[in-house]
Design a binder for this molecule. Structure first.
Ligand SMILES: Nc1nc2c(ncn2[C@@H]2O[C@H](COP(=O)(O)OP(=O)(O)OP(=O)(O)O)[C@@H](O)[C@H]2O)c(=O)[nH]1
Ligand SMILES: [Mg+2]
Length: 296
């Protein structure tokens, strides 16, 4: 249940319509996999990223959807020239709002699976296959890459500590062991993005993750790599601001989802409990879907 606010809904609907008008069947008859990228002023970076994505994932054809909101450079042009379907939103709302719109375009266009990556070239497209594998094998609904299980180039100790602290916090709050909560390379069944409540305009990563876990979807992690940004600038803000904003989303979402589940439990017959953990091959952890998947 993605829930944009009233003004957002008008912006999203106009963008969806313009997207369909520009790309016709390419937008409305998507292949099974849609790679969704939020991009803001990523000229020089977005082209090579789109060109570097695989045409097929696990034997399934893939299309690329770039959502650029309020970019003032050639992000949109460069994305189109590289072969992406570009949705341009006139106002800048943030990465979370852009991803939410990208998920909607993917679902409404008929994609069955969604992969996310960033426009800044920090992720390795060759790792998409390993993230999709548990989903295609029917073992998971949502798979996130993990730098803790894989590797990272940053030397920033604050960032490194932050990744671990937030991983521990979300693991404790949700009961799902997770080692990286902000990794931008992810794969999921498309329906997951329509079931989880997504309101955060900017820092959506933990809202999506906590929502997916608390809905009882099967979550897994795979080792993955994060490189340093080579082109352009980070949009994240300084570490302290980011950490505070992120913490607010983590606790706010956890509390909201806890209340949703309590309301759901009160309305459900006994014995209809939450998901239970299971173990996947390669040490990845998955949760089995349970009645916690109840929609609100
Ligand atoms: N459409 C859109 N995309 C955004 C916005 N802010 C960030 N992004 C995109 O989100 C992705 C991640 O942004 P980054 O600034 O690289 O943030 P990050 O990777 O979390 O942080 P760094 O490690 O500092 O790079 C990139 O593809 C950005 O272009 C936004 O307001 N709108
Ligand atoms: Mg980045």
């Amino acid at each position: 249940m993605t829930t944009p606010h009233a003004g957002d809904e008008a912006i999203d609907s106009a963008a969806v319509q313009a997207f369909a008008e520009e790309f016709g069947d390419r937008a409305t008859k998507l292949p099974p996999v849609a790679v969704v990228i939020a991009a803001f002023n990523e000229e020089g970076a977005i082209g090579p990223v789109v060109e570097g994505l695989p045409a097929t994932v696990g034997g399934l054809a893939a299309a690329v959807i770039v959502v650029s909101d309020g970019s003032v450079d050639a992000t949109g042009k460069e994305g189109r020239e590289a072969g992406a379907l570009v949705c341009e939103v006139p106002v800048n709302r943030g990465q979370g709002a852009a991803l939410r719109l990208g998920y909607r375009l993917a679902r409404e266009g008929g994609a069955r699976y969604i992969v996310t990556t960033d426009a800044d070239g920090q992720y390795n497209p060759a790792e998409i296959g390993s993230l999709m594998a548990p989903i295609l094998a029917g073992q998971a609904d949502f798979v996130t890459g993990s730098r803790t299980l894989g590797s990272e180039e940053t030397k920033d100790p604050v960032r490194k500590l932050g990744v671990r602290v937030f991983a521990l916090t979300i693991s404790v709050l949700t009961g799902q062991r997770i080692s990286d909560t902000t990794f931008g390379l992810r794969a999921m069944r498309a329906e997951v993005t329509g079931a989880v409540r997504l309101e955060q305009p900017q820092y959506q990563a933990s809202e999506l993750l906590i929502g997916v876990i608390t809905h009882g979807y099967r979550v897994a992690e795979r080792p993955a790599t994060i490189h340093r940004r080579q082109v352009g600038k980070s949009k994240k803000g300084n570490n302290a601001f980011y950490a505070l904003s992120f913490a607010k989303v983590v606790f706010g979402t956890w509390w909201r989802e806890r209340r949703r589940r309590q309301r759901g439990a009160a309305a459900r017959p006994a014995g209809d409990g939450p998901g239970t953990p299971g173990q996947l091959a390669d040490g990845a952890v998955a949760y089995r879907p349970g009645a916690a998947r109840a929609r609100d």
